[in-house]
Ligand binder design. Structure first.
Ligand code: ATP
Length: 240
């Protein structure tokens, strides 16, 4: 069974249908990307998987448990974590306090400390600034902190909502390297992106949403060569 399985999921905000009949799977160890224009329903999909918005129809199973109606904290305890759009780190707390927030559900103090040491080893900029306010960090460093905070929860599936948004090209490269490294370490990833080209290169499988419905899905290399995707998201020009 897949690690995450979303089946025929529909979500509405009042009378506005945000998702209709959306299905996708993340197998253990995979990076799966969800692409689509503004308002296509990508953030709603991540929120529904986390339980922040209710499913109107359909189901969500994660690690063999039906979580369709489970409260968000139960889903997080199962190993689901979201790095939200816009990072949402707490700029009036220090770097270290932000990291510790990610571990608030854990009771294994020594392992939490080891995790923090590993994050500081991975991100020397955060280690140097551990006692400084997060507001002192650059946008790219704040994104690394948001991902570090998510890692502190020891997730089985990390969901990232447009992590490259607003980052300099250097940080975008570092971000995609990091996603690859985390995945090589065994972490499964569900990646919402507008940086279609990079996301397709990083992913094992891809789903495109249009107006809340799945319009294309499958192998990223096949999708990258598809004229419809080329026109809509990759700048076109690759076909007559
Ligand atoms: P973006 O890239 O702009 O974040 P998205 O693909 O993540 O877009 P969603 O934010 O999931 O799209 O929005 C999907 C649809 O649901 C849009 O039509 C949006 O206007 C609507 N929507 C999102 N949040 C709400 C809300 N809280 N109340 C009402 N409608 C909403």
């Amino acid at each position: 069974m897949a690690l995450l399985e979303v089946s025929a999921l529909s979500v509405s905000y009042g009378r506005v249908a945000a998702l209709t009949d959306v299905s996708l799977k993340v197998e253990e160890g995979e990076v799966v990307t969800v692409l689509g224009a503004n308002g296509a329903g990508k953030s709603t999909l991540l929120k529904a998987i986390l339980g922040a918005v209710p499913a109107k129809a359909g189901g969500i199973t994660f690690a063999d448990a039906d979580l369709t109606r489970a409260a968000p904290h139960r889903r997080m305890a199962q190993g689901l974590v979201l790095v939200p759009e816009g990072r949402r780190i707490l700029i009036s707390l220090t770097v270290e306090e932000n990291l510790l927030l990610g571990a608030h559900m854990r009771r294994d103090g020594q392992a939490v400390q080891r995790e923090m040491d590993a994050i500081y080893a991975r991100f020397p900029n955060l280690a140097e600034r551990r006692h400084m306010l997060a507001s002192c960090l650059s946008g790219g460093e704040q994104q690394m902190l948001a991902i570090g905070r998510a890692m502190m929860a020891k997730p089985r599936l990390m969901m990232l909502d447009e992590p490259s948004l607003g980052l300099s090209p250097l940080f975008v490269s570092r971000l995609f390297d990091l996603i690859g490294e985390l995945n090589a370490g065994g972490l499964s990833v569900l990646l919402v992106e507008q940086n279609t080209g990079r996301a397709l290169k990083a992913a094992h499988s891809a789903t495109v949403l249009e107006l809340g419905k799945v319009s294309m899905a499958g192998n990223p290399a096949v999708l990258a060569a598809d004229p419809r995707l080329q026109d809509a998201y990759l700048g076109g020009g690759a076909h007559p």
